[in-house]
Design a protein around this ligand. Structure first.
Ligand code: XMP
Length: 528
């Protein structure tokens, strides 16, 4: 296969038109889990663009609107003439019904939220192997009242007459429930029926094909030029470093700026692992003194973040000149960043949004917009769980692949008030104990984040015969799916006891340990 063919071949097999559902991304991930490449586009993507993109199937997502209200989001009516199979989910099904001549009305006391057993009336096509009585997740206040001409019912529930419908000749399908959520026990069976059987998509979106394609693309893009990557030790930049090393070897330079806010042992581990073991060219920049002195006397959390961000850019610029020149900057931009970026222009060849946005991610301090680099962003088509698979497949250790999220400004925002070397040392020791004990208890992978926070107040305690006057440490452990909402982890009391004992005994400057039992909302995960 020629390179230009490779460049152009990865058009999405399935396009998801997003009507504002909280689950649109999840639908895309589910379809990729069954190894079919899918993309999320705006609900009003013109049918002409879709024709050029030529996906094998279109999925209409759910959404908060009501089709009969003025200004409700609707798809381009021409999509029904594209001769492409369509599956409408929840609001997406209502759009289908509405645009094809049926009617949708408020559910009139029959709104359905939560789990409902599905009664399958027609166990073929979309519902092949979907068991009657299996649970499907419902969330709708509107219902289909009259089906458009030619449609038939495939399934119902006790509250919803038209829970699944089909116009078989056109390959149009609609379901009132959400097959993509885990509570829908046969949801994946149904999605497979649509994607693999009805749309005839081949399962070819695998980690291996992604890596091969990405390597070819990077080589074509970069040629013999030099590439700079800011390595943070997180899974995105680490995976990127491994991928680029494979693609362009010593044309890659990684810069690791040690701000002094990393956890205990992390800078040493990073250098040992990337530089020594895997021979990836990593330049270690020790900027610890610079950062901590800039934070002298600074208490306000936003100001702290700004100072750290600005200083990061300064160091980055200085060092890139010293180590350079470089033509390209590699960034670990992921697909959710691309979906969220503004602008609806899509490239009709690849389906990607055209608007190129420098990742304003606080992790790298938000790089300046006027830096004279072209961007290399090979991960921009991936979700986080896909990055983990790619990283693992390239040989990243589980320590990095499964690492809990860690904020770019690091421990600096986990020390409330002024950041000093003394407090940093103290927090580093306490943080290590929390992580060690969570790991020892076998809970590391069940927890979204587990860390320590240092409060800048002192209280009285007694150790031996001596009165102490020292800082408290807060233990913060949460469970979460995506960091947007979180619940505090109910840890065994014996584990809390061990952590508390060890922190007070082993960490100088601490005489009290408290536990944060706030969910998000109303709290946040970090304290700042
Ligand atoms: P909050 O505290 O807002 O945090 O509930 C939500 C998630 O975001 C992480 N976080 C950051 N991640 N750079 C990051 O990459 C940052 O500056 C940053 N600040 C917060 C936080 O750890 C949690 O997972």
């Amino acid at each position: 296969m020629s390179n230009s063919q490779l460049e152009n071949q990865r058009t999405p097999a399935i396009v998801i038109l997003d009507f504002g559902s909280q689950y649109s991304e999840l639908i895309a991930r589910r379809i990729r889990e069954i190894e079919v490449y899918s993309l999320v586009l705006s609900y009003d993507t013109p049918a002409d663009d879709l024709r050029k993109l030529a996906p094998k199937g279109i999925l209409l997502s759910g959404g908060p609107g009501s089709v009969y209200e003025q200004g409700a989001p609707l798809s381009d009516p021409e999509i029904w003439n594209l001769n492409i199979p369509v599956l409408g989910i929840c609001y997406g099904m209502q759009v289908m019904v509405h645009q094809l001549g049926g009617s949708v009305t408020p559910a009139m006391g029959k709104a359905e939220y939560g789990k409902a057993p599905l009664v399958v009336d027609n166990p073929t096509t979309l519902l092949t192997n979907v068991e009657s009585g299996s649970t499907m997740w419902m969330s709708h206040g509107d219902s289909v009242r009259n089906l458009p001409l030619g449609f038939i019912r495939l399934a119902h529930t006790s509250n919803t007459a038209e829970a699944a419908i089909a116009l078989h000749n056109s390959h149009f399908y609609g379901v009132q429930f959400h097959p993509e959520v885990v509570h829908s026990t046969h949801g994946m069976v149904m999605l497979r029926n649509f994607v693999h059987t009805i749309c005839s998509c081949q399962p070819d979106w695998t980690t291996k094909t992604f890596i091969n394609e990405a390597i070819t693309k990077v080589r074509n893009q970069v040629g013999t030029k030099k590439v700079l990557l800011a390595l943070s030790g997180g899974v995105d930049s680490s995976t990127l470093a491994f991928l680029l090393q494979k693609a362009i070897g010593n044309q890659l330079t990684c810069m690791f700026i040690d701000q002094g806010f990393m956890r205990k042992g992390e800078p040493e581990f990073l250098m040992e692992f990337f530089d020594k073991k895997f021979k990836i060219n990593v330049q270690y920049i020790n900027a610890r003194k610079r950062f901590v002195s800039k934070l002298e006397g600074v208490i306000d959390p936003e100001e702290k973040r700004k100072i750290i961000g600005t200083e990061f850019i300064r160091v980055f610029e200085e060092e890139s000149i010293r180590l350079g020149p470089f033509d390209y900057l590699a960034q670990g931009t992921l697909y959710p960043d691309v979906i969220e970026s503004s602008g609806t222009n899509i490239d009709p060849k690849t389906g990607e949004r055209i608007a190129v946005k420098i990742k304003s991610h606080h992790n790298v301090g938000g790089l300046p917009k006027d830096l004279q680099f072209k961007l290399v962003e090979p991960l921009r088509r991936l979700f986080k769980d896909e990055v983990r698979k790619v990283g693992r497949s390239l040989g990243l250790p589980e320590e990095i692949v499964q690492r809990h999220p860690f904020p770019g400004p690091g421990l600096a925002i986990r020390i409330l008030g002024e950041v000093t070397d003394e407090k940093l040392n103290c927090l580093r020791d306490a943080d290590l104990i929390v992580r060690e004990e969570i790991t020892r208890a076998g809970l590391y992978h069940d927890i979204w984040q587990a860390f320590a926070v240092l409060l800048p107040v002192r209280s009285v305690g007694v150790m031996g015969d001596k009165r102490t006057y020292a800082w408290p440490i807060v233990i913060r452990c949460v469970s979460s799916e995506d960091g947007m909402t979180a619940d505090w982890s109910r840890l065994p009391s014996s584990l809390l006891e061990t952590m508390s004992n060890r922190i007070v005994n082993e960490v100088d400057g601490v005489n009290r340990v408290v536990l944060d039992i706030t969910s998000k909302p109303p709290g946040t995960i970090e304290w700042e």
